[in-house]
Design a protein around this ligand. Structure first.
Ligand code: CU
Length: 121
């Protein structure tokens, strides 16, 4: 093996490693996005997860991953508690609420009636 072919080989290895590293990056569109611990994703089949447990003082973020507008209203369909209401969360938008007191907080989408629960420990 000549000196030239060794350095050419090194260039290829370096390029391959750089490509692999960039493919592992956060902006890689081929990697599935991972839901964070304090997030609820609003999906076409409802709230994901349906029940989320957090520590007191946590800000929960609802992210609309669906193609329709949704709401996050405290209480249950027909029995709102009026503790919080999100107003319209459009596709791609998010809304947050901070839970400071321990308890079980049911909520629902005022448009579609789908339900979820936040358990605060
Ligand atoms: Cu909805």
């Amino acid at each position: 093996m000549t000196k030239g072919s060794v350095s050419r080989g090194l260039i290829w290895v370096t390029a391959a490693v750089a490509l692999l590293l960039s493919a592992c990056g956060k902006d890689n569109p081929f990697l599935p996005e991972i839901r964070e611990d304090n997030q609820v994703w609003i999906q076409s089949d409802g709230f994901n997860p349906r029940t989320l447990t957090v520590q007191a003082g946590t800000t929960v973020e609802w992210i609309n991953k669906d193609s329709e507008v949704h709401l996050v209203d405290s209480g249950t369909p027909g029995k709102p508690t009026l503790l919080f209401t999100s107003k319209n969360i459009k596709p791609g938008e998010s809304w947050s609420y901070t839970f400071n007191k321990a308890g079980t907080y049911p909520y629902y989408c005022g448009i579609h009636g789908r339900t979820g629960t936040i358990v605060v420990e």
